[in-house]
Design a protein around this ligand. Structure first.
Ligand code: ZN
Length: 373
């Protein structure tokens, strides 16, 4: 079986607002010549293009997707929000939440983005593909049911998961979010549910500033099915792999999902302008292979990666390609031009020991029964 890659040109045409980094221009913040949020199309377009240049695209099943339907969106988002979004989008765009500016037609583009995730999840769940990547844009993991934020207008992964559930394709789903920011939207959707394991590995209090704590472990039926691993700035390759080995993989094995979905952000990379972590393209490749092995053991290999953040236009394509080479088990690689530099810049032994102790403490804490709630 093959590896799928779901993408659509129209998602690259989403845009809106004039920002400098995440600051709205005005006052003392001068407008940028090329205005817009750091969440731009270039990281994704260059990632997709690199697959063509190396030839890996020829080994993948490249595919578009229908837009997610209103019914699909309404399984996750209240119709009041959807109607407000659609109306603003039809009237030229706007801003409904926090840092989610959008232009005309954004509702349809966001529905396409969710549709890419939906189609990827359905194809893998049906056994048509071994695994898949959905190059979604706008991203989704920050979007709460009724409150868009952090560049996210619809929660793509939740929409895809619930569409697959409605079709009877999946029951227990594990969502591993290694985007450097907390997956607060996905957490909110599933916080009270025991059928969906949500794991977020993120830089502590980067974004949002007040969510993603270790102690937030779900409520009601969802107690124990929400795991947050907030890391201090500077954690690199070794620390991320320790998190995988000591926390993420045991949690996946304990939960026994029918499918694993990765909220695949590349903003934990050392070059990202919106974070302060030290992951490399190799880090993403190894984590992908680890999750593939878990999926093989737990759910016939059913694994879908859904694109989230990642803001280094130069480096994201190499991280993305590393994930695709791993998913497709291909010999075609895009050697990381920054590999030697990043190896040298990893935390020194003393810092690494500090991170290792901290991560081991979190792993230990998560073994304690979560508070009933
Ligand atoms: Zn992010």
């Amino acid at each position: 079986m093959a590896t799928g890659f779901f993408w659509s040109e129209d998602t690259f045409w989403h845009g809106g607002g004039n920002y400098a980094l995440t600051l709205p221009v005005g006052g003392l913040v001068q407008p940028m010549v090329a205005g817009g949020l750091p969440e731009g199309p270039e990281t994704k377009r260059r990632f997709r293009n690199l697959l063509d240049i190396t030839g890996l695209a020829e080994e993948l099943v490249m595919s578009g997707a229908e837009r997610a339907s209103y019914e699909d969106l309404a399984r996750v988002h209240p119709t009041t929000y959807l109607d407000e979004f659609k109306s603003a989008s039809d009237q030229g765009g706007g801003e409904l939440g926090l840092r989610t500016p959008f232009g005309p037609g954004a509702f349809e583009i966001a529905a396409r983005s969710a549709g890419l995730a939906k189609s990827a999840v359905a194809a893998v769940a049906k056994g048509e593909l071994n695994n898949a990547y959905a190059l979604c844009r706008p991203p989704g993991h920050h979007c709460l049911p009724d409150w868009p934020n952090g560049f996210c207008l619809l929660n793509n992964i939740a929409i895809a998961t619930e569409a697959a559930r409605a079709e009877g394709l999946v029951d227990r789903v594990a969502i591993l979010d290694w985007d450097v920011h907390h997956g607060n939207g996905t957490e909110a959707v599933y916080y009270g549910r025991g059928d969906t394991l949500t794991i977020s590995v993120h830089q502590e209090h980067n974004y949002p500033l007040d969510t993603g704590d270790l102690s937030d472990r779900g409520q009601g039926a969802g107690v124990g099915a929400n795991i947050n691993i907030p890391l201090p700035p500077g954690v690199g390759h070794a620390g991320y792999l320790q998190v995988m080995e000591q926390i993420v993989l045991p949690a996946l094995h304990g939960f026994k999902p029918d499918m694993i979905i990765v909220a695949c952000g590349f903003d934990a990379s050392a070059f990202d302008p919106l974070s302060r972590m030290m992951a490399t393209a190799e880090t993403f490749a190894v984590m992908t292979r680890q999750v593939m092995a878990a999926a093989q053991e737990l759910c016939d290999g059913r694994l879908v990666c859904v694109h989230e953040g990642g803001y280094s236009e130069a480096y994201v394509p190499f991280c993305g390609h590393a994930v695709m080479s791993a998913l497709a088990a291909s010999d075609i690689t895009a050697p990381d031009p920054m590999e030697a530099t990043l190896k040298r810049r990893q935390p020194n032994a003393k810092t690494e020991a500090f991170f290792a102790e901290l991560i081991a403490e979190m792993a230990q804490e998560l073994k304690n029964p979560p508070p009933a709630g």
